[in-house]
Design a protein around this ligand. Structure first.
Ligand code: FAD
Length: 380
């Protein structure tokens, strides 16, 4: 039996994130989306409030809040404000997971502390042009050279890629070894040879920065290697197991916002002399929407709680990410329908939510990959 009674700290963090989303994010979200403008000001303010690095240890200036349920509660609120902003801040959380899991105290002090002090951002770089779902096909290489490694390659579709203060970078020390060659490194963003490549123009979450990261003879001290050589693939999988509830929470925030806008609009919009909400057809749609939102929240919170067991291979995270992202897409689509023609127009908020929802079915492993994880668990 799982108890979802929130602690005082979780309620405080939820209220903090909600107020930030309502007062700071929502008023600028449409404009940032329209201009595809990165939310630097919001990043600064979120950093000051502790909403970016709350999971970092207190010893390096974070709040030491490492449970994924609190992260999901915060992320739902931020995404309710704007999924693009939630993705930017989530990129830092994502990159912190492997450091918290495998980093030494010395690495955390030396490499995480400056991120907190600068109100900075992190990025996690796994994907490459020819290695997306098939992570182990990566071709970015790390060649040992004395006390360092020399990294070469190109990473693609990296959230905060090219603008981050710190990267968790996955590369292979032995391409012939497949996933057994994958190794993780922590690399400061100003390291010579590391640069940002193409910035992508996107369907949704347009204020977030998604870009290439190019590595040209990047010299990384061996002291920045995360764990042992060859342990990177397992570390990446463990990271994704832990971070997928957060993606579910991003989806949940989008779905909740879409449902609320549709509910309020249905009560106000008058056709045939009565609010459109007076039609049972729309009432049933709204009832299904709110039910799906609640079900997605239960899945998300449950999967977040499961991460606390310390077990390897958390198929529950895949179930939640798959389910909640489908809910986001369905609820956002229904919200556009309830708004009618206005739903299709940029001036109204649900059009953006519809576009934003789609990415949750794709990033951090597509929903097909999530189904593969679940299927392999139930069929083994
Ligand atoms: C906005 C955005 C932000 C991102 N942020 C990051 C980030 O911060 N860090 C990072 O490392 N990556 C990031 N990504 C990359 C993202 O995780 C990948 O795009 C995703 O994992 C899919 O890889 P791919 O695009 O290469 O698609 P592919 O792997 O080429 O897949 C194409 C299609 O084939 C399907 N498919 C592939 N293999 C199978 C199979 N075996 N069975 C059934 N179907 C299959 C997929 O589900 C998909 O529908 C981001 C992507 C985007 C768009």
């Amino acid at each position: 039996m799982i108890d979802f009674t929130l602690t005082d700290e979780q309620r405080e963090m939820r209220d903090l994130a909600h107020t930030f989303a309502e007062q700071e994010i929502r008023p600028v979200a449409a404009e940032l989306d329209e201009k595809e403008e990165f939310p630097w000001e919001l990043v600064r303010k979120a950093g000051e409030l502790g909403l970016t690095t709350f999971a970092f240890p207190e010893s390096v200036g974070g709040l030491g809040i490492t449970d994924e349920l609190t992260n999901c509660i915060i992320t739902e609120e931020l995404s309710w404000g704007c999924a693009g902003v939630a993705t930017v801040l989530g990129g830092t959380h994502l990159a912190s997971i492997p450091i918290l899991l495998a980093g030494t105290d010395e690495q955390k002090q030396r490499l995480l502390r400056p991120v907190v002090e600068r109100n900075g951002l992190c990025a996690m770089a796994l994907t490459e042009p020819d290695a997306g779902s098939d992570v182990a096909a990566m071709t970015t290489t790390a060649r040992r050279d004395g006390d360092s490694y020399i990294l070469n390659g190109t990473k693609r579709f990296i959230t905060n890629g090219g603008i981050a203060d710190l990267y968790v970078m996955f590369a292979t020390v032995d391409r012939a070894a497949g996933h057994r060659g994958v190794t993780a490194f922590i690399i400061p963003g100003d390291t010579p040879g590391l640069s940002g490549g193409k910035k992508e123009k996107k369907l949704g979450i347009r204020c977030s920065h998604t870009g290439e990261v190019i590595l040209e003879d990047v010299r990384v001290p061996a002291a920045n290697r995360l764990g042992e050589e060859g342990s990177g693939f397992r570390l990446a999988m463990t990271m994704l197991d832990r971070s997928r509830p957060m993606v579910a929470a991003i989806a949940l925030g989008i779905a909740r916002a879409a449902y609320e806008y549709a509910r309020d609009y249905a009560k106000e919009r008058v056709q045939f002399g009565k609010p459109i909400a007076a039609n049972q057809g729309l009432q049933f749609m709204l009832a299904d929407m709110v039910t799906k939102v609640q079900a997605a929240r239960l899945m998300t919170w449950w999967s977040a709680k499961v991460t606390e067991t310390g077990r390897q291979y958390l198929y529950e995270s895949s179930m939640a990410k798959n389910f909640a992202s489908d809910v986001a897409m369905e609820v956002a689509t229904d919200a556009v329908q309830i708004f009618g023609g206005y739903g299709y127009i940029r001036e109204y908020p649900v059009e953006k939510l519809f576009r934003d929802a789609k990415i949750t079915q794709i990033y951090e492993g597509t929903n097909q990959i999530q189904k593969m994880v679940v299927a392999s668990h139930i069929l083994k």
